[in-house]
Design a protein around this ligand. Sequence first.
Ligand SMILES: [Zn+2]
Length: 85
Amino acid sequence: MRVLLYLVVGVIVLTLLRSVLEAVGKAFAGGPSTPASPAEPRGHASQSLKKDPVCGTFVSAATAMQKTKGGETYYFCSATCRDKF
Ligand SMILES: [Zn+2]
């Protein structure tokens, strides 16, 4: 009969341990909720290159200076080129 008692106690201890471990794990996992990779779409956008019509340099559409003329958007490497245009 003693063996049965040990078994019962063992199961109870294991159950308690597991619930404690789960609670601790949830506390750690739920704490800092960081999105996987927010910069990825921006990386694709910066890869679209536009040609500077003044000096011929290829510039990133995301960071270049812009000017709209006749319904078309032009991209420039610098304010100097934009002013020359
Ligand atoms: Zn330029």
